[in-house]
Design a protein around this ligand. Structure first.
Ligand code: NOJ
Length: 567
């Protein structure tokens, strides 16, 4: 069934790093308004705004202290209402970040909850007695290192937090909590927003008997059956859908940590009335050694075959039931070309190659600010990192537990540290890349003189115009939105190639994901086809794709010319 959110392309904004309109070094809502024409020019239809609500900013706004008001450095509610209007005026839509697995510890609910055991808000969070030896109630770990429990002296109990101790987990078992959340959602949807990205939604239902993970060692566990997909997860989401989502024409994408394909189908099969799509993590974890106690920081080399296999499993499984989101970057996942590609002499080709792989697939593509100009990871000494995840992991793994050498950790942080996605947007070659007239909250990437929006807009061959073209093609060819997917050359270690088929047409996507040339030999079933090249990052024009030698990071997208194209 056709739906606007299936045909849309989303542009994600990390507001504190997007554009600073008032010189305080911190991006803001007025800054976003000033740059809306840029996003419109790119061709995106929907903007996803990372959290802008009031917050002590322990986790950059993913710790909300007031769901109905803006954090003052971002602006006022009037600014937010103006942003919604300005987005709509340009024919675009806007979705916000719903962070309701946890609040800030400075939210009034938690302030009240920690006052006494009989406070009316006590049950808004998870409080448990210490174990008989006084230690934490179980061995669950926090995703930001250390225990998932913090002791509260005043009331003699521990509270649960999957993230930092300033992000206590809400108790969704409590109906009053769920009602509060639905009220907040209605509040913003009545103000005109068009949907939600739902933060760690896969964790809202807990195993309330809080069983410890079985371990052979003393380590705490952060990934496992108890941290996500709890027993009432889908019941809660269906209730949310009934109470709120079904009453609006909206788009929803859940961050579904710990979710496999079966789980994804439950979330996104339209007949179950839950969410439109989820963010899966499997393809982003292909460079992580999952069995290591060092978690995401234990790097594994990038393997294109692993990427093909993982993305293909998801493409195939959700082909006829549910829907995929498509992403390589976001505010937690740094620059893909630095992580898996070449961000130096092949930067532009490489950025276009990864873009082609993703934007040729079935699903709703998400572009993270700066991805469209080929931004790269930065260059930080450890003391310049700002993110609490990196700082805590460094303390835990390098200083306290010594499970990683400093050199290995720094290498991992240079590849996967979240701050690399959070450096200010590079608008021009001027001071601080034109992001701010003041001092930026996080250092601008030193390569801003070479990589910036102004340069991209002046160069007809830029990554920006390539993205613009990819988006235009998606609008023009229904096959890109709705066509079936089939992987080609499964075991080829360099080439990611696939076809899409729809109403008698075939779309062919061929991408060399390596720094060497690679030979593409078309499989037998495609030999009779003649092709129209729709897009290429090396000006390839031939219509015969039987056997071609692909240049490093060369990407080609073409459509069978035997049938009339549908536009
Ligand atoms: C996922 C968000 O994307 C991330 O930035 C945040 O730290 C955690 N959830 C906690 O809210």
């Amino acid at each position: 069934m056709s739906e606007w959110w299936k045909e849309a392309v989303v542009y994600q904004i990390y507001p504190r790093s997007f554009y600073d309109s008032n010189g305080d070094g911190f991006g803001d809502l007025q800054g976003i308004i000033q740059k809306l024409d840029y996003i419109k020019n790119l061709g995106a239809d929907v903007i996803w705004l990372c959290p802008v609500f009031d917050s002590p900013q322990d986790d950059n706004g993913y710790d909300i202290s007031d769901y109905r008001n803006m954090y003052e450095k971002f602006g006022t509610n009037e600014d937010m209402f103006q942003l919604i209007d300005e987005v709509h005026r340009r024919g675009m839509k806007i979705i916000m970040d719903l962070v309701v697995n946890h609040t800030s510890d400075e939210h009034i609910w938690f302030v009240e909850s920690s006052k006494s055991k009989d406070n009316p808000y006590r049950d808004y969070y998870f409080w448990r007695d210490p174990a008989p030896d006084g230690s934490e109630p179980n061995n669950w770990g926090s995703i930001f290192s250390g225990s998932a429990w913090t002791f509260n002296e005043k009331t003699g109990q521990y509270y649960l937090h999957y993230f930092s101790k300033k992000q206590p987990d809400l108790n969704w078992e409590n109906e009053a909590v769920r009602r509060e959340v639905y009220d907040v959602m209605r509040f913003w949807m009545d103000k005109g927003i068009d949907g939600w990205r739902m933060d760690v939604i896969g964790s809202i239902s807990k195993h309330v008997d809080f069983p410890s993970y079985e371990t052979k060692d003393s380590r705490r566990y952060i990934v496992g059956q108890y941290h996500s997909n709890g027993p009432r997860l889908h019941e809660f989401i269906q209730e949310m859908n009934r109470e709120v989502l079904s009453r609006y024409d909206c788009m929803t994408v859940g961050e579904a940590n710990g979710s496999d394909i079966e789980e994804a189908k439950k979330y996104t099969d339209a007949s179950r009335r839950e969410l439109n799509m989820i963010f899966t993590f499997e393809h982003m974890d292909i460079d992580t050694d999952q069995h290591s106690p060092n978690g995401k920081w234990q790097l594994k080399p990038f393997d294109p075959i692993a990427l093909k296999k993982t993305l293909t499993r998801w493409q195939t499984a959700l082909m006829n039931a549910g829907w995929n989101s498509l992403y390589f970057e976001n505010h937690d996942q740094p620059r893909v070309i630095s992580r898996w590609g070449n961000d130096r002499h092949l930067r532009k080709q490489c950025a276009k190659a990864f873009a082609t792989v993703l934007h040729g697939m079935k699903g709703t593509p998400f572009i993270y600010q700066g991805e469209e100009i080929g931004m790269v990871n930065s260059d930080f000494p450890i003391e310049m990192y700002d993110d609490l995840e990196i700082k805590n992991a460094y303390r835990d793994l390098v200083i306290e537990n010594k499970t990683m050498s400093e050199a290995d950790f720094l290498k991992a942080a240079a590849t996967k540290g979240r701050d690399h996605a959070r450096t200010p947007m590079q608008w021009n070659a001027g001071k601080h890349a034109g992001f701010t007239a003041g001092e930026p909250w996080l250092a601008v990437n030193p390569r801003y003189k070479e990589i910036n929006v102004k340069e991209s807009l002046n160069d007809q061959d830029s990554v920006f115009y390539y993205y613009q073209k990819l988006i235009q093609l998606r609008k023009q060819y229904k096959i890109i939105v709705y066509g079936d997917y089939q992987l080609l050359l499964k075991e080829n270690p360099q080439i990611f190639a696939y076809i899409r088929t729809y109403q008698g047409e075939t779309l062919l996507v061929v991408v060399n994901l390596s720094e060497e040339t690679a030979v593409f030999d078309a499989p037998a079933e495609l030999l009779g086809e003649q092709w129209n090249v729709l897009l290429s990052n090396y000006s390839r024009q031939e219509s015969d794709m039987k056997s071609i030698c692909l240049q490093p990071y060369e990407a080609v997208m073409c459509i069978s010319s035997s049938k009339e194209t549908i536009s």
